[in-house]
Design a protein. Structure first.
Lengths: 338, 333, 338, 333
């Protein structure tokens, strides 16, 4: 059992999978340059020393191209782990992800597989409109993709391994403020959820959520950073005797619906917290699903706490208003329960 | 059954048997497409069709330079690529007719035909998007230590897509074993080459990537084969990719409903004169010593093969309703 | 008053706007070639004869590039109307739409505008996975864009004009089966809602929905093709004495929420019908919004009728199961009301 | 205040006053960036910074060949582009400090600085995405009948993006009045040029589009200016776009947290020797007849301008909470 942050846990997960399976390799920009950074957030730092530049493959700045290359490699016996420096750049490879990777198995009638892992950092960190989006929902709506979003070091490593071993394209979203990257690549305002990670091989199965806190009065679903906001809110609410159950789905597609529904059937109240824009955000589906499938158990409307419908602003004081705060979660629950 | 299909032709001075095999593949494609068109007009093939008629020498010439385990990525106009690489007319026809016996279980359709057992990816109908995928297959071949080669067929129109550029560059810097085969048929949909390019040849763009570029007569299957063979050998030996431009012409409309009013009649006539089947026949007749060439046996043979494919497709069932929600994810081999 | 289909109505709308304002121009693939098709679905047919190739500008096959060009032109005094041949290709220009066009005004602090219209055909028409998607929700989730989806000739022309005159990027989604394109570019299975279109100048304001049928028992929201499925279902339900109110929002962003909520407060029951995939689809937001804002008025769960979570299949028999049928709408309402 | 900023320099044999004006602009950029860095380290500028230090001759040389009403699109490294085109240091500094008086009301930040009143678009931080936008501005100029020119600054790394390719091609086929100015600073983030290109010069890619390509010493402001002026004249006259590659070097890290351990010390030393300010000073001193050149007056002047900008920024308020939800849509001039 070692104690580490998410960046390190991912790195160890990648290292173990690459040792285990020679078809696993990494591809992306600035991931393996000697003296470089190991990607934008240190995840692949040092791996090139063990695996060499062929398996930690630095690309030119060509997102769509290297995504397509990863797809072609995945269809012919390799298991690429690709990444983008910022999730925002996934839009540059959107056709390859949405029209190629996701649909290839279906449109071939099941004759091919695309075991591709694509990693992408999300979240607002004072970099403004083009480097701070939270864009999971663009990918949870693409049949054929799986989507995971680990919020702890344990889950990060376990989901990474599960993703590498999955025979379908899996997108992994990581939050910039949760990496726990060290040294001069640490992020201001980070949460750094340092956690214990087993030394032995394990996977976190894709599709299983986690109850981060038990409670009887309200179900709060969050993901990535908002799991921590929800937990902090739950602590605060507990002071008033309101016991919140906090669920971290970990996998967004497939979603552990049953875990959420079971909780709602117990608490009768539902709040989803996300950093993304509200309208047509990720939370819309969760709220709609709860409304549709647990309608008769609900004692009040399903409530969404989210960012407003604006691009991420640069100014720190605006960004603080943009990302759902602990207070906003507390207020939403109070209004619902009160 | 079909030597050119079996990807066995490795010589660059083809003899009579080779030429006849090439001719047969081209004729198979031609007749197959003609029948497709008729079936489409009769409503027995749904949707739309992009026919390969006129371009048969390209797929045939290139695929005859490949091994069975090499990879090919086709386009929205993929029947010819698939047939030339050895995919059975049966599974293609069944796919076009939306039958469960089709190469994509009827779920892909004309624009996605392929058969990985024959080294043909599901075709990619997003113009340009197939090139990085082919480069990825080439990267994979090298990483897995095989000496397979990958081919990305594409129209000249695709050469103006961003993916084209990114794929060529990465293939070049990593010296990937891939051929970028540009079928310059003068039009991208209704748009003439000269409206979309400020240069005379697509192959001139190879200089931007430090890779060899070559332009050949795309209606001469031997010229295509020879150039492809050189490029394949180059790729297989580790020397890197090639951009091979084949000048050809789409004799039909772009897709099912296109009357081609944007093309001058003389241009069409000129290119029909240079029909790839005629060119190939002339090649055979010009062999030394001279060979009497009567294609009627091949015609009959090809017709039988297509009849069989159509019968197979007609008799096959449509996908079951449960098929709708299957294969979104991989279900195993 | 003339009678026409949507393709023709759009054509006339474009023609009038181009006559009225010399800064309006069209840009896209195969839109102005002489002897060509006027775009994939005849909308711009013949316009090049009046306006010339500079203002009906054919591009190479370079979606991202010409979208960026349209953005640059829009920021400097022009009003481009761009189109893609199939909505599926919007993914090829996703960065330009999502990261550039949508965010430019915001990230410039309001100092620039991007009066761009982007038109895209959607809907399943037997072309398989890469030519048949219904993908409005990818764009209704991007703050800074407006999104419209006309289902009648009147609305198509009126919304096109409103979009051209709007100072923001507006995406217009058009359904392939509703164009009413004639001749050899007609679509099999088309609905062809021929309708009356005034000769005089008019706009349909962006943000205003339309009640297509009045009813008291259930509110059905559809868009594009599913408006017609909903109307047919309403006819069938009326035979059993169930009176459905059918709402066509016409504008997806901004949405006429009040019209929907008002209807639900009257009918107490809500169904949304869409051709897109269910999970995280467009209907999720509508259902979530209704659940959140009209919870206490609802007599049953908000219900979604949609395509399953698969890419569009090619086989016509599967496609028929994919697109929500009239029967499925009828059944959903019956289960809800019964 | 500043001749080079005022975009007035049109001669290709600059005299003393011109050279001094160019020098002043470059010094303004240099000192501005140095102060930014210090403010960042003190925590008075949030977020991250991509400094332009070492590349000043490019923006300065190019913008001095432009008119005030010409357009410029910058990158993630845009301060130099904006300053050279005449954007006030005040509004840039205020933007970096996230103040409502910033050129983007504090909502854009370092990577999006621009000021359309000075012909500078909000900078585009998606690598490569600015090129089509600049081409669009050029198209617009022609359609509106002005003779404005647009410039797309970009790093050499951007030349491997699909947007780069698509933009160059369309600009070429339509002969748009646009300059593609490639600042080849040898690295895209940590990736060396030679890892990303299989050709020696980015300008070699011009051949793919039938447009002129030229490579100049990007640390010599006069060389840059001269080449830019020729390209601008070409563009303005309707003869079309140019790809202008300027060889230069990023003297600092890629962004705030980069120690540049991937670069050899000797390489850094070599390029510091060729510092653009030194080169410009040498140019001035080499004038005939010789000019005694003492930059201390300019230093003081520039320092005062930056002090003023910092004071302005420090005194300015942060955006109000209501600003968060404003400007998602256009609110009028
Ligand atoms: C990204 C994308 N843009 C547009 C289309 C529509 N489209 C299909 S084929 C075609 C023309 C392609 O021209 P070319 O690459 O020369 O191939 P050809 O049809 O001539 O074989 C177009 C524009 C598409 N399928 N994908
Ligand atoms: C599409 C995209 N990919 C990656 C990045 C991350 N990134 C920012 S700057 C940069 C390097 C750019 O290199 P170059 O174009 O040479 O410009 P330079 O930084 O050297 O000025 C990278 C990879 C980005 N901003 N956008
Ligand atoms: Mg073509
Ligand atoms: Mg660079």
């Amino acid at each position: 059992m070692a104690t580490m942050g998410i960046a390190e846990a991912l790195r160890e997960g990648i290292r173990e999978e690459m040792r285990r399976d020679p078809t696993v390799f990494c591809i992306g920009e600035d991931i393996g340059v000697k003296g470089g950074w190991g990607g934008a957030f240190t995840v692949t730092l040092g791996l090139v020393d063990e695996f060499g530049p062929e398996r930690i493959l630095d690309t030119p700045i060509s997102e769509s191209g290297f995504c397509g290359i990863a797809i072609g490699a995945a269809m012919t016996g390799m298991r690429p782990i690709a990444d983008v420096q910022y999730g925002d750049f996934l839009f540059c490879m959107m056709d390859q992800l949405a029209n190629q990777a996701a649909k290839m198995t279906y449109m071939a009638g099941g004759a091919v597989k695309v075991p591709l892992v694509m990693r992408a950092p999300v979240g607002s960190t004072r970099r403004g409109a083009q480097h701070a989006q939270t864009l999971e929902v663009f990918f949870t709506h693409i049949p054929g993709l799986k989507v995971v979003a680990p919020s702890t070091a344990y889950d990060a490593k376990g989901l990474l391994k599960a993703a590498v071993r999955d025979d379908n394209p899996v997108l992994m979203f990581e939050h910039k403020l949760l990496y726990g990257s060290k040294g001069n690549r640490a992020e201001k305002g980070a949460v750094s959820p340092i956690g214990e990670v087993p030394d032995e091989d394990y996977v976190v199965p894709i599709g299983k959520g986690a109850i981060r806190r038990k409670g009887r009065d309200v179900t709060i679903v969050g993901k990535l950073l908002t799991v921590y906001r929800a937990l902090a809110a739950a602590d605060r609410l507990a002071e008033d005797g309101i016991e919140a159950e906090v669920i971290d789905p970990r996998s967004l597609i497939p979603l552990d619906k049953e875990m959420i529904l079971e909780s709602v059937r117990k608490t009768h109240r539902f709040v989803v917290v996300e950093e993304d824009n509200r309208t047509h955000g990720w939370g819309a589906e969760i709220a709609a699903m709860v409304a549709e499938e647990a309608f008769w158990w609900l004692d009040g409307p399903p409530v969404r706490v989210s960012a407003p419908d604006t691009p991420p602003p640069f100014a720190p004081n605006l960004e603080e208003l943009y990302v759902p705060s602990v207070e906003r979660v507390v207020d939403a629950v109070r209004r619902l329960v009160g | 059954m079909n030597a050119a299909n079996a990807n066995g032709l490795q010589s660059s001075v083809p003899g009579e048997a080779d030429l006849i095999a090439l001719y047969r593949t081209m004729l198979l494609i031609r007749r197959f497409e003609e029948r497709c068109n008729a079936l489409f007009l009769q409503g027995r093939i749904p949707s739309t069709l992009h026919l390969y008629i006129g371009q048969e020498a390209v797929a045939t010439g290139v695929c005859s330079a490949l091994r069975a385990d090499d990879w090919v990525v086709g386009t929205h106009r993929p029947h010819g690529h698939a047939l030339a690489k050895g995919v059975s007319p049966r599974v293609i026809m069944a796919e076009l007719m939306a039958k469960v016996t089709g190469c994509c279980r009827g779920k892909g359709g004309s624009m996605h035909v392929g058969d990985v057992r024959k080294g043909v990816f599901p075709a990619v109908a997003i113009v340009g998007a197939g090139l990085p995928i082919a480069a990825g297959a080439a990267l994979s071949a090298r990483m897995r230590g095989t000496d397979q080669v990958a081919v990305a067929f594409h129209g000249e129109g695709a050469a103006n897509e961003g993916d084209w550029h990114e794929a060529l560059n990465m293939a070049a810097i990593w010296k990937l074993p891939v051929l970028f085969v540009c079928e310059n048929n003068l039009y991208g949909a209704s748009t003439h080459f000269s409206k979309a390019f400020a240069i005379p040849r697509v192959s001139d763009r190879a200089c931007a990537y430090g890779m060899p570029g070559e332009t050949v007569d795309g209606n001469d299957v031997v010229a295509v084969h020879d150039a492809a063979l050189r490029a394949v050998e180059r790729a297989r030996s580790g020397a890197g990719p090639t951009l091979l431009e084949c000048l050809t012409y789409r004799q039909c409309g772009h897709s099912r409903s296109d009357a081609c009013d944007y093309r001058p009649d003389e241009e069409e006539a000129l290119w029909k004169e240079r029909d790839p089947l005629k060119v190939a026949a002339a090649r055979i007749r010009a062999l030394v010593p001279p060979v009497p060439f009567d294609p009627s046996g091949i015609e009959a043979d090809v017709a039988a093969e297509i009849d069989d494919a159509i019968a197979f497709a007609e008799e096959s069932p449509a996908p079951a309703p449960e098929d709708l929600e299957r294969h979104v994810y991989w279900e195993g081999d």
